[in-house]
Design a protein. Structure first.
Length: 254
């Protein structure tokens, strides 16, 4: 049976897991409006402009999130139609505490042996939003907890690895490179790594303002890929806000 996402599930989850940010923003706007009502025309006009900017920014970020997570093809995986999804393969899906993709991948790759790995570490990933998400969504059946630098899989054993909106949670560059070297190690010589991420670019800045700093830049990712001996065979723009890199092995890691 094909998995189905509920209407507005993505954007409602963002509000649900990050409600403290919205409460803080509404609180700031309320205080500024209170100050503005007791100030001169110049100050009150300036404060009203600031309040409007805050509210418009929140609205735009939610609209973009609704488009990306609820309207686009992100979780339908129609963008992987050119991949072989029918023959038996070994695939791995890696998440960082919130797994919204394994059920859809398993449906897409019906004949595949699918392993789900979760590198969430409560000592490193202390964001309250992730903790709330883990309470709301239990791990996919059979999910294995792992460390980013040591994957419990044999060399050259996996056909495809998916990292859907998860790898950016590895904030340390050295750790991130070691993680990608491990992905290189487990992939077969003709295997593929499919990594999907927001980028720290002007498009995501326009959507999420300072929130785009949580993402890595394309140059950072390219440096990571190169250091782990991956090459980009294709880059897919599912939306203007999401980039998917199809990576292939480019030699042996060291």
């Amino acid at each position: 049976m094909e998995p189905v996402r509920k209407p507005f599930q993505g954007v409602l989850n963002i509000i649900r897991f990050n409600w403290h940010f919205y409460i803080i923003a509404i609180g700031i706007v309320s205080v500024l409006i209170l100050i503005a009502t007791n100030s001169n025309v110049l100050i009150s006009s300036t404060l009203y402009v600031v309040c409007t900017a805050i509210l418009v920014t929140l609205f735009i970020s939610l609209v973009v999130s609704w488009y990306v997570y609820d309207v686009s093809d992100l979780y339908r995986f129609d963008w992987i139609e050119n991949m072989d999804t029918q023959n038996p393969q070994k695939i791995v899906n890696i998440n960082a505490g919130l797994d919204e993709s394994s059920a859809f991948l398993k449906h897409k790759f019906k004949q595949a042996d699918c392993t789900v790995l979760d590198f969430y570490d409560p000592l490193k990933h202390t964001e309250v939003s992730i903790k709330r998400a883990r309470k709301a969504y239990p791990p996919y059946a059979g999910t294995k907890s792992i460390k980013t630098t040591t994957l419990p899989l044999a060399d050259n054993s996996i056909d495809k690895v998916f990292a859907i909106l998860s790898a950016h949670e590895i904030r340390n560059e050295e750790e991130r490179i070691l993680f990608f070297k491990e992905l290189n190690r487990i992939l077969k010589p003709d295997g593929q790594l499919v990594m999907m991420e927001h980028l720290r670019d002007i498009t995501n800045f326009m959507a999420y303002t300072i929130g785009f700093l949580h993402f890595h830049s394309k140059s950072t990712w390219m440096r990571t890929f190169s250091s782990a001996n991956f090459r980009v065979s294709n880059e897919i723009k599912i939306t203007p806000f999401i980039s998917t890199f199809i990576l292939e092995k480019n030699g042996t890691t060291s």
